[in-house]
Design a protein around this ligand. Structure first.
Ligand code: ATP
Ligand code: MG
Length: 438
């Protein structure tokens, strides 16, 4: 019987649906013209070409996408032949980058879901089940099933402008739910960074986690200890520099993930060695979110300076460091802390150096008189160090009056400032009066 052979309840047929152009809100006007150009060229050359991932998800939610990722059945070499301005990159994933000035459109070839039991599948796993390499090409359905969340597996097909949904992503998108595709524990084991992505998308989209997607996170956080520190650094920047740092921080703590990213900071937070640590972080993250909302610059160096300030203070209180001259103690404690943190989330030197400088300059604020104090205001890192001082004051460290003084001095004109720095009093108000009257 033909009917017996048609498995109408098979999950793949049940889940797959095509949403025609007339029934969704994605308009080509909202897609980057360069991405459209790439899609059209692939399509005209006989290849399948779709947008996928955050671009499609964000357009459907009425948000402005960060970038547009293209997927195709053309092999990377075939993509390169079609575009002059194309470079192939990556080892774990071989991708085509098509360059248009400073916009890059990333084109990936459909990849297959790995099969952990099939040694021939071309997927390499480490002893924890983590994927090391998976350059296995597949169909669009395969490609959908290896993505992380169902809402990230929606395809906008340039052939007919429809949205293709292979994993019930549309229903989850409408319900505001993040649901991992496949068996959640296995998916986290393959790639523990997915736990951080869950947190980030919750904060960014205001979505909740499906219960079965949330449950394993509370048990599997330790797998982050095996993730490459450089990758964790990239992911951290997305978590803390995406405009929802406060919420991401709270969620990381709630899910027990923060301790695997910043173990020393987490110890400070739990044991209250350094009672203002939590206030400092919350203030710093709130500031960061506000600066991003206002389009002002932020730097990872400042972020790390706040994240590691608590552990730095506890280290400096250890007898071994107390025995050293203050400056040596600070430098050696910095070395130790950076070495330790680098094993968890990488801290590239270009950020580690300014972070140390922000810390080292904190002592210089105590000296308010004389030429050195005046010269300090022209130090290239003065602004960042001053912002950090203000943050410490807001967090309840006993530097409020100092911060107020340096805030006041910056409002004076050059002549008044020179006079202020000659006045020998700690009171900002008195200094200002004296500077104005002399
Ligand atoms: P955004 O760019 O807004 O941060 P995004 O969903 O586009 O969000 P990307 O990191 O740009 O995130 O990844 C693009 C797509 O690649 C995702 O939507 C998802 O389909 C897939 N993807 C990314 N990282 C993973 C992962 N670790 N595991 C499985 N699929 C992933
Ligand atoms: Mg993206």
């Amino acid at each position: 019987m033909i009917l017996d052979q048609l498995d109408i309840d098979s999950p793949d047929t049940a889940l797959f649906q095509t949403i025609p152009r007339s029934e969704h809100t994605i308009s080509r006007r909202l897609i980057s013209p360069r991405a459209l150009k790439v899609l059209y060229r692939l399509h005209e050359s006989g290849f399948r070409a779709c947008l996928v991932g955050g671009g499609v998800r964000d357009l459907l939610l009425g948000l402005e996408p960060k970038d547009f990722d293209v997927v195709t059945d053309a092999r990377p070499e075939e993509v390169r032949r079609l575009f002059r301005n194309c470079r192939l990159i990556g080892r774990r994933f071989r991708l085509a980058h098509i360059h248009f000035g400073n916009e890059i459109i990333e084109v990936a070839t459909f990849r297959a879901q790995h099969d952990p039991d099939d040694e021939e599948s071309g997927v390499e796993l480490d002893e924890h089940g983590r994927i090391i390499s998976d350059n296995v090409f597949g169909s669009i359905e395969d490609d959908a099933l290896r993505r992380d969340f169902t809402v990230n597996a929606l395809y906008y097909d340039i052939a007919d402008f429809s949205v293709r949904d292979y994993a019930s992503g549309m229903a989850d998108l409408h319900a505001g739910v993040l649901r991992l595709i496949g068996e959640p524990e296995q998916r986290y084991r393959e790639d523990p960074v997915r736990m951080l992505r869950a947190v980030r998308f919750m904060a960014k989209l205001g979505f909740r986690l499906a219960p079965e997607t949330e449950a394993p996170i509370h048990e599997l956080g330790h797998l982050l200890l095996q993730a490459p520190p450089a990758r964790l650094f990239d992911e951290l920047l997305k978590l803390f520099m995406g405009g929802q740092a406060v919420q991401c921080f709270e969620l990381l703590r709630l899910f027990g993930l923060f301790r695997y990213l910043f173990p020393a900071t987490d110890r400070c937070l739990r044991h209250e060695y350094y009672s203002t640590a939590r206030h400092l972080l919350i203030h710093a993250f709130a500031n960061t979110d506000q600066r991003i909302a206002e389009g002002r610059p932020i730097t990872p160096a400042f972020l790390y300076a706040t994240l590691l300030w608590g552990p730095l203070q506890s280290l400096l209180q250890q007898p071994a460091f107390q025995a050293l001259p203050a400056n040596d103690a600070l430098q050696q404690a910095c070395d130790e802390l950076i070495r330790y943190q680098n094993r968890h989330t990488a801290l590239p030197r270009r950020y580690a150096l300014p972070m140390r400088e922000i810390w080292a300059l904190q002592n210089r604020f105590e000296r308010r008189t004389g030429k050195r104090a005046l010269a300090f205001m022209h130090h290239p890192r003065f602004r960042a160090a001053y912002d950090f001082l203000v943050l410490r004051a807001a967090a309840g460290e006993p530097v409020a009056e100092l911060a107020e003084w340096w805030t006041m001095v910056q409002t004076l004109d050059d002549a008044a400032r020179q006079r202020a720095l000659l006045v020998n009093t700690d009171s900002p108000r008195q200094t200002k009066q004296l500077a104005a009257s002399s």
